[in-house]
Design a protein around this ligand. Structure first.
Ligand SMILES: [Zn+2]
Length: 125
């Protein structure tokens, strides 16, 4: 699920898929998201820095399908290179292939590789 795009009216098969897409989107942008509502039938997130960015999606009644109801324009916060969504578990999972292909990588090499791919500075976490 790379380069995920979120649009208003967009549908997802279920809440789990929507959450995964949202997480990927937030990392890519990056937007430091905060869940305001995280329920079985509705999910609402906003930018942690209160710039006004928000996304709201809810379940279509009678279906598992999730649909984005509200999505504001991009987060306007300056890129701080800090993103709480980029957990070490996520990074490990995403780059495990690269790691295994390059068993001799030094820590700095891995760090630079992650930086280039995610624009996230792992040192702040
Ligand atoms: Zn923001």
């Amino acid at each position: 699920m790379r380069n995920v795009v979120l649009k208003k009216e967009m549908k997802f098969p279920n809440a789990k898929v929507f959450r995964a897409a949202l997480r990927e989107y937030a990392i890519k942008k990056p937007i430091d998201i905060k869940f305001k509502l995280n329920e079985r039938t509705k999910i609402s997130v906003r930018c942690k820095n209160e710039c006004g960015w928000r996304c709201y999606a809810s379940q279509i009644s009678g279906e598992l399908t999730f649909q984005i109801k509200t999505l504001t324009v991009d987060c306007t916060c300056p890129k701080s290179f800090k993103n709480s969504q980029a957990t070490s578990a996520y990074v490990a999972k995403r780059f495990i292939e690269d790691f295994s292909k390059n068993p001799n990588w030094e820590v700095t090499g891995v760090h630079n590789h992650v930086m280039q791919n995610l624009s996230v500075d792992l040192r702040v976490n």
